[in-house]
Design a protein around this ligand. Structure first.
Ligand code: HEC
Length: 149
């Protein structure tokens, strides 16, 4: 019995000392470059969506909307406290001062891409619906949380 407790204690101990290591496995550089890459990918895909919808290729545009939505969800974890500066980040300090609001905007941007994938089946004005559910979210967030360039 005592032996078992010792083993369990050892396992718990190892878990706790190794946990911070895994939690911080990504370096600041990897995080900042990683989020920039995801935003750039989203931008490329958003432009592709516009082109596809112009020629009414609705089904082809849908997987790209899902991809953007998934990237936004991943991005929620790409703004830890220790990534406020360096590596040419354009992220403004206001992100960390208003973290709940920033995360809510990110989540909304993600949800709106899923809404967009549904809306394009019936929307009469594809441009208007893209503006409402895709492009307006970029501007809403950049105007407050990304440095002007
Ligand atoms: C919830 C906030 C938010 C939303 C929504 C958002 N962005 Fe951004 N975006 C940012 C922030 C913050 C940065 C700066 C990241 C950095 O430099 O660390 C950024 C950076 C970028 C960059 C530059 C990436 C680089 O290589 O430096 C591009 C391009 C971009 N966003 C495009 C878009 C487009 C297009 C949309 C909409 C389809 C969008 N973003 C939606 C917050 C957002």
């Amino acid at each position: 019995m005592k032996q078992k407790i010792k083993i369990i204690q050892t396992i718990i101990f190892i878990f706790f000392i190794s946990f911070p290591f895994y939690a911080n496995a990504m370096t600041v550089e990897e995080i900042i470059k990683g989020r920039k890459a995801m935003f750039s990918e989203n931008y490329q895909n958003a432009k592709k969506i516009s082109i596809l919808l112009k020629s009414k290729k609705i089904e082809e545009a849908k997987p790209l909307m899902k991809k953007i939505s998934d990237n936004y969800k991943k991005l929620l974890d790409y703004f830890p406290e220790n990534t406020k500066e360096g590596f040419k980040t354009e992220a403004l300090p206001s992100i960390w001062e208003n973290k709940d609001e920033f995360n809510a905007l990110m989540q909304k941007a993600s949800d709106d891409m899923i809404k967009l994938a549904k809306a394009i089946d019936t929307a009469e004005d594809l441009r208007a619906v893209q503006k409402e559910l895709m492009w307006s979210n970029c501007t809403a967030c950049h105007s407050r949380f990304r440095a002007p360039h």
